[in-house]
Design a protein. Structure first.
Ligand code: MN
Length: 287
């Protein structure tokens, strides 16, 4: 049985948050996993990290970690000092996660978010090569801390490097570490791939983490994403990892701004009740 999780920012306007209340909330709602902001974890003290991990253990909640690296940490940047900053930041995060027992780091950890190619540039190969060289250095910190780096495939409007699962598989093969994995997200698959099942099959044994969300980033069950096909494909490849929903409904704050929620999609909805409903829906198609 795959563990089912939810991303804390469903409930917040800011990326930084105290995760303790969310450990209790998601445990009370019946989830197995809480996904948190890896940057925040990296900035916490060891004592704060131990306390959060103890709380999560106490509530039988697993933790996963997500980050979209900002520009100053871009692993694909032309400027070597920027790339070195990014590698150092990933090492900090891996070390912090190691203190909490390790686990999955996912997101845009191979470049920066959001990002596009500079005007006039059409060949992304130099960016790919620089990202890969940086990741080959950073991945050692994952290996040393029982951490897995999951490269999230995202749509073209957010990033340019890994827009398809095939690209991500080529990337993680080139990194050449069992701690480098592919991460897929149904919201992004819906934009870039021909077929959901084909993308999941392409990932195969490389799939390390899986985000779910509707085409409009509503909770699973509200849109037109083919959940039955997705559940079947995940079973077919023998995926044993976590399935984490990442709905975004509220405009405003850093989260609404960065996710581009320009209308209130939460009108008339109780966020906790919707999360519980989406959890049952997800357990249904993951059976
Ligand atoms: Mn995602």
């Amino acid at each position: 049985m795959n563990r089912i999780g939810i991303y804390y920012a469903y409930w917040t306007h800011d990326w930084d948050a105290d995760f303790h209340p969310f450990v209790d909330k998601v445990a009370d709602l019946g989830f197995d996993v809480l996904e948190v902001n890896a940057g925040t974890i990296g900035n916490m003290t060891s004592e704060q990290r131990r306390s959060l991990k103890a709380h999560a253990d106490d509530r039988n909640i697993g933790l996963s970690y997500c980050v979209g690296l900002t520009k100053q940490y871009d692993l694909a940047a032309e400027d070597k000092s920027v790339r070195d900053n990014g590698i150092a930041f990933l090492r900090t995060i891996a070390g912090a996660m190691g203190e909490m027992g390790g686990g999955n780091l996912g997101g845009i950890i191979y470049s920066s978010w959001p990002a596009t190619l500079p005007a006039g540039v059409t060949d992304k190969r130099p960016y790919w090569d620089r990202s890969l060289a940086s990741m080959k250095e950073a991945i050692k910190a994952a290996e040393d801390n029982n951490v897995f780096f999951n490269m999230e495939v995202v749509n073209r409007f957010e990033q340019y490097l890994l827009n398809t699962c095939a690209e991500a598989v080529a990337y993680v093969k080139a990194v050449g570490s069992p701690h480098a994995k592919v991460m897929l997200d149904t919201f992004h698959i819906n934009i870039e791939e021909d077929f959901f099942s084909e993308a999941i099959q392409t990932a195969g044994e490389h799939l390390g983490h899986f985000h779910i969300g509707e085409n409009n980033r509503m909770p699973p069950g509200y849109g037109h994403i083919p959940w039955t096909e997705i559940g079947a494909a995940l079973r077919q490849i023998g995926y044993k990892g976590d399935v984490v929903m990442e709905p975004f409904l509220m405009p405003g704050g850093e989260v609404g701004r960065d996710i581009k929620v320009f209308r209130d999609m939460s009108v008339g909805l109780d966020l906790d009740a919707e999360a519980a409903k989406a959890l049952q829906f997800t357990r249904g198609f993951m059976k």
